[in-house]
Design a binder for this molecule. Structure first.
Ligand code: AGP
Length: 614
């Protein structure tokens, strides 16, 4: 997590840095800071909390940096040390001549720190980053070359980092490098930008160079020089970024989350383009690079993911197992990486990640790759670290998702699983053609059904408000919608801080039912299909304990009015697609409750969009 930016060129730098950091606020917002090359020397400005505090801090200092055209900036998600000004980046060496911003974790910082203290370095912060400032400064004092100093220092560092470095001796030079953390260089005319992510630069340029691990770039207004970790020259390869600056605007919505919820019908249409033309045609999924023969004989799949992506993976398991009869295991990446797994070259490993940068999933992917598994990545970021590890890559094309709470990327991940499961079922001939045709026909009309739900969002808002002051919230479901219950609960707790939990309804009686009384809202995801009657009985059991019952349903059953104090009705849909239809009202409930409570919907406390620490 954390976000870094850098700029060297001819333009006034401070607005570029602060605007860039604003676009990276999704990566953390515990503190922020910039370092700017002013007339005589580098000046550092920092503030605790959100970026607006840094903007306040900068007021009154305009004369100092009015003509500055080079600088670096940082937005922090605290790992080592509390969110204080002292711990905020940029960090400096003893004499303050060298400044540095860092995203990642320096794993061997303690031993480096001990050595540096022995050599006379004075530490002012509790961060792991400060060791890098001192380390590079010491190397610089030996070689008098900033690029070489960064290269030598990086040899001593273990862990993950993206770094931007400036030195008072080099008035027009930025040195940047990375290992296991994202870093992109934006290429302009007589100017270069550096950033942890595209949103920070896309307003200025769509031409970019992605650094590979251990590469070091030296940026001056005129040129970018790139070397590898051994000092060999590399020709930078620029690519055109697919992002549109407009994607970063709220487009009139109060929050990005609400905008992103509304984008979901188009997200589904986008992912279907070129992959599903008509119900009676086969799914085209050229991104899957396994041969048909291998797919036919596949008998084990392992899916790894975190958070919302993990919930999408759980539904993916359900789909693949029911469409194709292939056994699928799903595991949280953070658990998968610390145990002896039986993944091997006969296992297809699917990694699911919105950001493509989540450290736990990335590590899990690398571990399975080392064991010879074919790696299929489902991500919204085809330019991410995970995408680069992929043997097969399914980009979900949801467009950039700014709100920390994932919404449209989740629905897009589900769509990727529907297409994958259908594609494999067609190859394996594991389903009747008529069933496949009917599923594909329904898939193609999902966007209209979501639009119907969005058209009645005021009704959902009304229901949501009834429960805004509750402390706890339970979601129950069965079968394919059990992960929907988990995801609905995750959305609510992420942005409203209400203690929400999802349960498989059949488990209620094994413990959770003890919590039910007249204060507890229980939302039952009661979709027509194989478990409808069972879930209805479980809802009756909860009602018998006086819980405040809410139904989310596509049933027209009038009897429900007696059982539930509120009913949210959604369009009818085949059970297999109900996770998509059910999810939209759950996202809206979470949104409206958080909005009603006045919470910071797009940037909830303690969270970050891209979790690049294990
Ligand atoms: C989603 O609302 C969450 N913020 C979070 O659980 C997220 O899904 C998780 O951190 C995984 O991220 P990824 O999809 O980018 O790998």
């Amino acid at each position: 997590m954390c976000g870094i930016v850098g700029y060297v060129g001819k333009k006034s730098v401070v607005d570029i840095l602060t605007d860039g950091l604003e676009q990276l606020e999704y990566r953390g917002y515990d503190s922020s800071g910039i370092a700017v090359m002013c007339k005589d020397d580098i000046k550092v400005y920092k503030a605790v909390g959100k970026l607006k505090n840094l903007r306040e801090e900068l007021k009154g200092h305009e004369n100092e940096f009015a003509s500055s055209t080079m600088g670096i900036g940082h937005i922090r998600w605290a790992t080592h040390g509390a969110p204080t000004v002292l711990n905020a980046h940029p960090h400096t060496c003893n004499c303050g001549n060298l400044v540095i911003v860092h995203n990642g974790i320096i794993e061997n910082y303690k031993e480096l720190k001990e050595n540096l203290i022995k050599l006379g370095c004075i530490f002012r912060s509790e961060t792991d980053t400060e060791v890098v400032a001192h380390l590079v400064a010491r190397k610089y004092s030996q070689c008098n070359d900033l690029t070489e100093a960064v290269r030598l220092a990086s040899k001593d560092i273990e862990g993950a980092y993206a770094l931007c470095v400036m030195h008072n001796d080099c008035k027009q030079k930025l040195v940047i490098t990375k290992r296991n953390a994202p870093l992109v260089v934006g290429v302009g005319l007589n100017e270069f930008y550096a950033a942890s992510d595209v949103p920070a630069i896309i307003k200025h340029t769509n031409k970019a160079v992605y650094l590979s691990d251990n590469q070091i770039a030296t940026l001056t207004p005129e040129k970018m020089e790139l070397i590898d970790g051994d000092g060999n020259k590399i020709e930078p390869k620029a690519e055109i970024l697919p992002w549109e600056p407009v994607a970063l605007s709220k487009m009139g919505y109060k929050h990005f989350m609400l905008k992103e919820i509304h984008e979901q019908p188009d997200v589904i249409r986008n992912i279907l383009v070129g992959r599903l033309h008509a119900p009676d045609e086969n799914v085209v999924l050229d991104e899957v690079k396994l041969t048909k023969e291998t797919l036919k004989n596949l008998n084990r799949i392992q899916i790894i993911a975190c958070g919302t992506s993990l919930h999408a993976a759980m539904i993916g398991k359900y789909l693949i197992e029911s469409f194709c009869g292939i056994a699928v295991d799903v595991e949280a990446s953070s658990e998968y990486i610390y145990r002896k797994t039986v993944t091997d070259e006969h296992t297809l490993v699917i990694g699911v990640s919105q950001s493509g940068e989540t450290a736990d999933t990335l590590t899990a992917i690398k571990q399975s790759k080392a064991k010879g598994s074919h790696i299929l990545i489902i991500t919204n970021r085809p330019d991410s670290a995970m995408a680069r590890e992929a043997d097969s890559l399914i980009p979900v094309s949801a467009g950039i998702e700014v709100s920390v709470a994932a919404t449209k990327s989740y629905v897009a991940q589900l769509m990727a699983f529907y297409l994958l499961a259908l594609y494999m079922a067609e190859i394996k001939e594991s389903m009747a053609v008529s069933d496949l045709t009917s599923l594909k026909a329904e898939l193609m009309i999902l966007p209209q059904k979501i639009e119907q739900i969005l058209a009645h969002k005021d009704d959902i808002q009304r229901v949501a408000k009834c429960y805004a002051n509750t402390k706890d919230f339970i979601y129950i479901a069965r079968g394919i919608n059990y992960p929907t219950a988990l995801e609905g609960a995750l959305k609510l707790k992420e942005i409203s801080y209400i203690n929400a939990t999802g349960y498989p309804a059949g488990e209620l009686k094994h413990g959770p039912i003890a919590m039910l009384d007249e204060t507890m809202p229980v939302l039952s995801i009661l979709m027509n299909g194989s478990v409808y009657e069972k879930l209805l009985s479980n809802s009756e059991e909860a009602k018998a304990r006086n819980a405040r019952m809410i139904a989310l349903t596509n049933s027209k059953d009038e009897k429900l009015n007696d059982l539930f104090e509120n009913i949210i009705r959604v369009p009818d849909v085949q059970e297999l697609f109900s996770p998509i239809i059910a999810m939209i009202p759950l996202q809206l409930i979470a949104y409206y409750i958080a909005e009603f409570l006045g919470k910071d919907v797009d940037q909830p406390r303690n969270l970050a969009k891209s979790v690049t620490v294990e």
